[in-house]
Design a protein around this ligand. Structure first.
Ligand SMILES: NC(=O)c1ccc[n+]([C@@H]2O[C@H](COP(=O)([O-])OP(=O)(O)OC[C@H]3O[C@@H](n4cnc5c(N)ncnc54)[C@H](O)[C@@H]3O)[C@@H](O)[C@H]2O)c1
Length: 263
């Protein structure tokens, strides 16, 4: 029986992945703030270390799959919390559970990023460099400054969200060489708008609600969490054995509509 660790397993896409993996006969170890096998706050170094220890102890140090769904939306205050969960909470688990994955059978990990990772260029950005240097204090200081400055105050949540999703995508791709040589596949899923509590909270936010509402992709609807879970299950399965270091959009055509000449 495959052992699958799912972060953010209590809600939305993480809950859908958990259900899908259970239906496929896997053992699932869920990690979340609530309603999970392991209760942990991935926004803090202590919470991340506790989650890794608990996973290693519950799995006997051997896991087959890791699916990182836990995350926050751009509406969450403070914006710094968004970066702590969406980037540092993911990278800590990837690195902390890498050795346990190496012990697994046809092991792999999937990181849930977002199509908003590409909506803005972060090339050459000191914020991006601070993420990739794992400089959490530096990232939080820059985001706190953005939340204070008149020009960026309203957009601080979006800056934190989009930059964290861009950086976590880059962090996964940066690991592709070493992970591939170790026989552990690692891919990124980039959803567009998905019907989850996170999206509902964004729609209810006066700063971001209209933009999310207007953001319909060519397929003219939002995704269901189960549609993203189906892609993740595929990426974790034997039919995706040659997929590694890839970023897979599941966005109803949004990325193609926004960047038709870039791929
Ligand atoms: N819903 C969307 O439209 C959408 C689009 C693109 C990407 N995403 C991303 O998909 C992922 C899943 O989001 P969702 O829409 O299913 O949201 P959700 O709010 O339904 O689920 C997220 C889960 O993460 C958990 N979580 C949040 N902070 C945590 C912390 N500090 N420690 C541990 N767990 C924590 C929450 O408790 C929750 O159960 C997130 O990374 C999100 O950024 C969502």
């Amino acid at each position: 029986m495959r052992t699958v660790v799912v972060t953010g397993a209590a809600s939305g896409m993480g809950a859908a992945v958990r259900q899908r993996m259970l239906a496929d006969g896997c053992r699932v170890i869920g990690v979340d703030l609530r309603d999970a096998d392991i209760l942990a706050d991935l926004s803090t170094a202590q919470g991340r270390a506790g989650a890794i220890d608990a996973v290693l102890s519950q799995s006997g140090g051997r896991i087959d799959q890791l699916v990182c769904c836990a995350g926050l939306g751009p509406h969450v205050d403070p914006a710094t919390l968004v970066a702590s969960v969406n980037y540092f909470g993911v990278v800590a688990l990837l690195d902390g559970l890498f050795d346990a994955l190496r012990e697994g059978t046809q092991p792999c990990a999937v990181v849930v990023s977002s199509s908003s990772a590409t909506l803005q260029s972060w090339e050459g950005s000191p914020l991006r460099d601070a993420y990739l240097a794992n400089d959490e204090a530096g990232v939080l200081a820059m985001l706190a400054a953005a939340a204070q400055a008149e020009a960026t105050r309203e957009q601080a949540g979006y800056i934190a969200y989009a930059s964290s999703k861009h950086a976590v995508t880059a962090a996964a791709r940066q690991r592709a060489a070493a992970w591939g040589q170790a026989g552990v596949r690692l891919n990124v899923v980039a959803p567009g708008a998905v019907e989850t509590p996170l999206l509902q909270a964004g729609l209810a936010d006066p700063r971001y609600g209209d933009a999310i509402r207007d953001f319909l992709p060519p397929l003219r609807r939002r995704a269901q969490a189960e549609e993203v879970a189906a892609l993740i299950a595929f990426l974790c399965g034997p039919q995706a054995a040659y997929m590694h270091g890839n970023v897979v959009f599941v966005d109803g055509g949004l990325d193609a509509a926004q960047r038709p000449l870039t791929f």
